[in-house]
Ligand binder design. Structure first.
Ligand SMILES: Cc1cc2nc3c(=O)[nH]c(=O)nc-3n(C[C@H](O)[C@H](O)[C@H](O)COP(=O)(O)O)c2cc1C
Length: 362
């Protein structure tokens, strides 16, 4: 009786997002809606309501980078920039949550407005510019988490740090995040920090990764644990560039690659007035571009380095396309804005079916 009631309540909560909560939230300006959503999630977590949103799908654990993930679905960086809602996202069913991007010093980000929805294309354009509370606060926010899944800590450089000193910012981030993170993600691909993407050039990327891997060894000895380092790249790279980067990743023995960040292209939204807004485009328009990068990467990396696929996953089918292209794990952000917690269930169910089929076939 109780479990039937609980199931019905869960169904109602999850299914009411699109017809009820979304129209309300889309009536607000996007950044206010974002803060209201995070505030509500925190409240739901404190009062125990968030457990009602948990999908009743058996956990499908996988081991990637030596870490045990309760399932293959993660929350992409940028939604919980401060790391203040990790437990609530965990309760929603995510197997891993990536917080950040967090920079050494706090910074306010770009002037508002800096976040735009394009509902007709199920897309978002953002030029937030790494608004974040700084590394110390970020570390404090996640230190006492209850979340039993995997925590990714995404680090970046401050806006006023020149690229010639970027390594120092990433080292500060790595050292601070190391004791609290399960993996550290190095963001080289936000289009909203001038020059950041230049760190994806061959020499700059190699130098940065060699230095970070060196530091990882020192930190590993100091803390007696191994925290993998993963690199997050852009979707706007040529095939040659992705192949070159894959070579650098193999050479420097990076632990994982996240593909991809938002795009500076405007394909599929050209006619929308927001298309002229500067920033990174995410959601449905980036699905195929991101999958194409994953495919090229996975072919070159040959399973030696795992790929985390992100970009335009709007349903279970999109998530499976990323896995078929060679990703071991997937993440979502924009899809959650458009579909709410139902997307978490949809993706988890699709992956569970996909994995069951693969097991039967082997
Ligand atoms: C509003 C917004 C803010 C974001 N902030 C970050 C960030 O701080 N760091 C980062 O690595 N990616 C950030 N992203 C990129 C996402 O993590 C993800 O890579 C991208 O949006 C593609 O996935 P999606 O289509 O599922 O949103 C942001 C995305 C959005 C929409």
């Amino acid at each position: 009786m109780f479990s039937t009631l609980r199931k019905a309540t869960t169904e109602a909560l999850v299914n009411l997002y699109e017809p009820l909560a979304r129209p309300f939230l889309f009536g607000l300006d996007p950044e206010s809606a974002h803060h209201l959503t995070l505030g509500s999630l925190k409240w739901a977590h404190r009062s125990g309501f968030d457990r009602l949103m948990a999908p009743e799908i058996a956990s499908q654990p996988v081991e990637v980078m030596g870490l045990k993930f309760p399932n293959r679905l993660g929350l992409a960086a940028g939604l919980d920039k401060e790391g203040s809602c990790v437990d609530a996202f965990g309760a929603m069913g995510f197997g891993f949550v990536e917080i950040g991007t967090i920079t050494p010093r706090p910074q306010p980000g770009n002037p508002k407005p800096r976040l735009f929805r394009i509902p007709s294309a199920e897309a978002i354009i953002n030029r937030m510019g790494f608004n974040n509370p700084g590394i110390e606060r970020g570390v404090e926010n996640v230190r006492d988490r209850k979340f039993s899944g995997v925590l990714g800590f995404n680090i970046g450089k401050n806006k006023d740090t020149p690229n010639s000193q970027a390594i120092d910012d990433y080292l500060i981030g790595l050292r601070a995040a190391y004791p609290v993170a399960d993996y550290v993600a190095v963001n080289l691909s936000s289009p909203n920090t001038a020059g950041l993407r230049d760190l994806q050039d061959e020499a700059a990327c190699r130098d940065l990764l060699l230095r970070l891997k060196e530091e990882q060894e020192v930190l590993g000895r100091r803390h007696s644990n191994y925290v993998p380092i993963v690199i997050k790249i852009a979707p706007d790279l040529s095939v040659d560039h992705v192949q070159m980067l894959a070579g650098v990743f193999l050479e420097t023995e990076v632990d994982g690659v996240i593909a991809t960040n938002t795009t500076i292209a405007r394909k599929f939204v050209e006619d929308h007035p927001c298309a002229r807004e500067a920033g990174g485009l995410s959601g449905a328009p980036v699905t195929d571009a991101s999958t194409a990068v994953i495919r090229v990467l996975a072919e070159k990396l040959k399973g030696e380095i795992p790929v985390i696929g992100v970009g335009g996953i709007m349903n279970g089918h999109d998530a499976l396309e990323k896995l078929r292209a060679g990703a071991q794990l997937v993440q979502i952000y924009s899809g959650l804005v458009y579909r709410g917690p139902a997307l978490v269930r949809d993706v988890l169910q699709s992956i569970a079916d996909y994995d069951a089929l693969a097991r039967r076939a082997s």
